[in-house]
Ligand binder design. Structure first.
Ligand code: PLP
Ligand code: COI
Length: 354
């Protein structure tokens, strides 16, 4: 597949593979030997290149730094027992990548260029994919504005970069989550649906305050009333309430997650009713109290299926059932893993084989 994209390849003379400790892989701190870089100049994408991973020299005036024309994606590649390598649903990320680009007044990238550049990099650094359970190669494609210009205008030049690195689980234990009712992640008409860098920057203060109170993640609520669940900091929030899978509808304040979409598809295939709709804080708290909220988890690429241990609202902490006893999320996680690691047939065509 990669031969249609003309990529200049310069391999590293000093692989860091042998000195990398694959037993200790904190998320996002270990990077592979190479990266992919392309430039948007004079209205077109050019200079496709894979080169040794390392610093990129830039002007301190680039508008990404000053005005936040910057966004990213998150994808994973998996190693199968027979040595095959697959990337999970990169075509979905390609579509979302361009939605983010359009919202931030940045150039789109042809979907096949997005997928092929990622596949080419994963192929070159395939030895970096951990073989262990719950481990994968995390793929971080991103784009940022590079004009050295302080006027508040869309840049005319951009860089598209892909970096990858081996990762273990993002969360190490079931999450104590807090329903945020003061700060807002996204409002209607804003850019919540985009994977804009600024969405994450603005979440850090509320997340730190919650961490200081002992919470692992926030659940954001709607900007108008703080009555309806939106999503978590790094995952979509999904619940099994009275036997129905419920999650906030994918609208302009929510990141339309690939994992969320996958979980919905699996649930439907198992005959479980699914509702994408407004999910009120009140019905969740009621469900936590009367036992009808039997499952709650975050769904995301980095997070995978992250169990929610307890939900806190207005100073009250509601503990849910022991995550080990939750049938639905355990089945989702094991089914997903079986597909991603090539142990089960990929009937939906979700694995892009490299
Ligand atoms: N919501 C937010 C804010 C995220 O950062 C993520 C992670 O990518 C998700 C949801 C889940 O999206 P996906 O499943 O595509 O990774
Ligand atoms: C991902 O799951 O890929 C994310 O982007 C989450 C992240 C911000 C760590």
């Amino acid at each position: 597949m990669t031969d249609t994209l003309d990529i200049k390849i310069t391999k590293t003379q000093h692989s860091r593979l042998a000195e990398t400790d694959f037993n200790t892989l904190p998320f996002g701190k270990v990077f592979s030997d190479h990266m992919f870089v392309a430039d948007y100049i004079d209205g077109e994408w050019k200079n496709f290149e894979i080169l040794p991973y390392g610093p990129i020299l830039m002007s301190p005036a680039i508008s990404a730094l000053h005005y936040g024309q910057s966004f990213f994606e998150g994808i994973k590649a998996y190693k199968h027992a027979d040595g095959k390598v697959s990337i999970f649903r990169p075509d979905k990320n390609a579509i979302r990548f361009n939605k983010s680009a359009e919202r931030l007044c940045m150039p789109t990238l042809p979907e096949e260029v997005f997928v092929q550049s990622i596949a080419a990099l994963v192929d070159i650094d395939r030895e970096w994919i951990p073989g262990k359970a719950n481990h994968a190669l995390y793929i971080r494609p991103f784009m940022f504005a590079t004009d050295p210009f302080l006027g508040v205008n869309p840049s005319a030049t951009y860089k598209f970069v892909v970096i990858v690195g081996p990762v273990g689980p993002y969360f190490s234990k079931p999450l104590r989550v807090k329903i945020e009712t003061h700060y807002t992640r996204a409002a209607e008409g804003g850019m919540g649906f985009a994977k804009a860098a600024g969405n994450y920057g603005s979440s850090m203060l509320p997340a730190r305050k919650a961490a200081e109170e002992g919470f692992d993640q926030l659940i954001w609520t709607d900007a108008k009333e703080h009555k309806y669940i939106e999503e978590m900091g790094a995952a979509n929030a999904m619940f099994l309430l009275d036997g129905t899978l419920i999650t906030a509808e994918a609208k302009d304040t929510i990141l339309d997650g690939v994992t969320r979409d996958t979980v919905i598809a699996l649930a439907k295939s198992w005959g479980i009713p699914v509702e994408e709709r407004k999910v009120s804080v009140a019905e969740l708290i009621e469900g936590a109290k009367n036992g009808k909220l039997t499952d709650a988890f975050g769904a995301g690429t980095a997070a995978t299926i992250a169990s929610v241990a307890s939900i806190s609202f207005e100073g009250e902490e509601y503990f849910l059932s022991d995550p080990q006893t939750r049938e639905f999320s355990k089945k989702v996680l094991s089914t997903l893993d079986d597909i991603k690691y090539g142990r089960a047939e990929d009937t939906n065509g979700w694995n892009y084989i490299v």
